[in-house]
Design a binder for this molecule. Sequence first.
Ligand code: ADP
Ligand code: MG
Length: 714
Amino acid sequence: MSSFTRKQAIAAIAEDCIEDRLEITENAITDVYGKDVFTLKVMKEFLPKDVFKKLVQTVKEGKEIDPGIADDVANAMKQWAISKRASHYTHWFQPLTGSTAEKHDSFVEADGDGNVILNFSGKNLIVGEPDASSFPSGGLRSTFEARGYTAWDPTSPAFIKRGKNGSTLCIPTAFCSYTGEALDKKTPLLRSIQAVNTQVERLLKCFGEEDAGRPEVTLGAEQEYFLIDKRIYMCRPDLIQTGRTLFGAAPSKHQQLDDHYFGAIKPRVLAFMTEVDQELWKLAIPAKTRHNEVAPAQFEIAPMFEELNLAVDHNMIMMEILRQVADRHGFVCLLHEKPFAGVNGSGKHNNWSIGTSTMNLLKPGKNPHRNALFLTTLCAIIKAVHVHGDLLRVSTAAAGNDHRLGANEAPPAIISIFLGEQLTDVIEQIECGEAKSSKKSDAMKIGVDALPPLPRDTTDRNRTSPFAFTGNKFEFRAPGSSQSCAGCNIIINTIVAETLDEICTELEKTTPETFQETLQKVLQKIIKEHKNIIFNGDNYSHDWVVEAERRGLPNLKNTPTALRAFTDEKNIKLFKKYGVFCETEVQSRYEVFMEEYITKINIEGELALNIARTMIMPAALKQQRHMAESLLHLRELGIFAGTAEQESLVSRIGELVGNLVAECDKLEKANESGEPEKIIEAMSKLRMTCDYLENIVSDECWPLPKYSEMLFIY
Ligand code: ADP
Ligand code: MG
């Protein structure tokens, strides 16, 4: 890759004129919305009445699927899929790699007479057997019994994936081993949803709200990403192979002026976003918000919230669509948490809430009774996050996210809760309030007093907190942009299930006469013991790190440290109790995630060395020779003016080249050791020298596109 390629890429972009790819007719949204989804409406059309009724009970009410209707459902699905030009079906699942997996089977079956029958049976729908021996399982399956099986998840509707020359019916499934262990992210997610919903049901009963509807967990996941021109991307082997730049000096201008955030969206980007929205709407993914983010070339898309399991699937699809549509527009969509050093990284804000279809438990109530329910839920979460902050941290641990957590734009690795001043005040009032009659004017009696109005903006100002109350939900901001939402929501559901369980156990012992008093006491106790997790200040400040340590809050700085907490006895006990993971499932995940981390760092180390030796070193040597020749030339001519200064230039670059050689050798040794810590240190030293060289070596011969080009030319 010579500098010619880099210059050529930029010249080509400059000449480009991207035409609009889409013509949007006036009623396009209503025409396209959900058209590639096997929705209830479609099912009604394609299914016999009684079968449809039974399926609705499974989809809407969580009733177990009646195997007797599988053939009918499969047949309807096939008819519908064929009408969408599908030739294949696939069980679509989410292995521990963090992405989605699919193996296609065609509907084709031969009758022996050269004729074709299009077949898709109930059995094909309900279970699949991908030969999945190559997925990471952390020792859950030995290869001699390699087959896992996929099981249909009827609560997430089947959908059509379109390609250029046809389409595929995708059936969302869970992926398990034959002994029943979960090999994927969906299975434990479904288990955790069930765990928390069971407790919500109990809580509602305690409060006499049996008619509030079926419990539901909701998620709205804001997705951040970068776009860069594909031609520039192709000149960066580090982006191609690791998703992030391993080298690159800071440009003079990056995000200092804050002029990108919410700025006017460039036409080429808007054309991309418009097509993304269209593709998502076809799949009934409710894309809602789109805007420029803080860093140059960084953007965000957010859907309207949905039921958690569906929302997780939808986010997985969204990431895929972002990548695919970007490609069609000559872009590459970078979902890595930190593609560029020195500017903001990308996160995935996880907006989570619990309630029922008719009631959000995290919405401050209008009357004292509803307030009590809200405050009880709030306290359950406060305790859960305080007791299990380590697990929340674990759920965000990954090589990519290590660059983000604790750096200056993302929440720190210390987990704390932001409530806002007013709500914190309420909490403090409960703490000092008395159960019977309170004389203090600033004491709060639960079930008697009303909450002061909490305007949304007062709860939403602090953007530095990892776990923030934002009016009617909690926003967990630590997850990384490329991570599946399943991981952190498994944790949130499970830890909240535990505290709700504890609270319900107390409340169920009460009579109507003692209910309020007991509730007040229970909440007071929680607040007294767990309010240390509440922090409304600046989570980026050094003072907070010190203060958090004083409060005994864990600060798990990197992935290996964080992951270790996963297998703590107390955590294994928790997962077992709520049926979310058995012990071997926890151990296997620990192994899979740790191995993934180590492998990623090893790849980065190898690649950094390769780029430094084969691209940066030759450029530096060329520059050195150029400078030395120029000096020599002057001397030959007998010119002495400025030669002393040039001599110092030559020795400076000589020194840098020397450092470069030495640091490459060190990285080589570190790579051989395979130890992430050593590799990271050696890579960072090497990068400093290389980035320094970038500002000395002639622009003509610098081989890698620069930050000023990657982030600004598109
Ligand atoms: P921000 O101010 O953090 O950028 P946005 O308005 O962009 O917030 O996104 C907020 C997200 O929270 C949206 O996806 C929205 O649908 C979601 N949300 C709103 N209410 C709930 C709720 N009750 N449960 C889960 N998510 C919710
Ligand atoms: Mg947000």
